[in-house]
Design a binder for this molecule. Sequence first.
Ligand code: NI
Ligand code: MN
Length: 230
Amino acid sequence: MKATYFGHGSFLLKIAGKSFLIDPFISPNQLAKDIDIDSIETDYILLTHGHEDHVADVESIAKRTKAVVIANFEIANWFEKKGVTNNIKMNIGGVFRTDTFAIKMVTAAHSSSMPDSSYGGLAAGFIIAYLEDDVDKVIYFAGDTGLHKDMELIQDEFGFVDFAFLPIGDVFTMGIDDAVEAAYMVNADSVIPMHYDTFESIKVDMEVAKEEFEEFRFEVFSIGEEKELI
Ligand code: NI
Ligand code: MN
């Protein structure tokens, strides 16, 4: 898998011949000002919940790229009214399958409202399962969430997670300690931290985080960086 970090909770994942842009919040993010948003190409846009800091650039990117928006029912409907009609509506527990990958929407312990304060359905995370060189790969993209026991269901169902994208910034989501616990609960191999440093209140000491995650492969991205994760 190739992953590019756009800051905050936003990544572009390239897997199974497709690209997946998750939670684009780029143009309002000062730390991501060097990202050329018009150069982003994607097949799908995945949204974990409706908060502004996850959906700010959805409308412009979806209209330009004609990407398919994958989100909960309420968020997908909200963007439909803005003319983003190419979507797949899901809800917690549901799976969207193609020949090459499967996406499951899973529980997140968080809230969800749209930028205009209308109801944004339930906040969610995603499991993306796919084959790479005939090997099963599993991504857990937690979205914004606190630690919760349903994360154990992910290990129960899949056995392991190759790449766990976990928020570590605290205040609005898990902090470092709970994120380490989450990594154990899902049986993660690599952990990719997100949702930190964007705002003063979620600044983290990355050296502390690296120590706390020493039992895992801890893949820290700088903003704009693309890495091959194996
Ligand atoms: Ni949020
Ligand atoms: Mn957020």
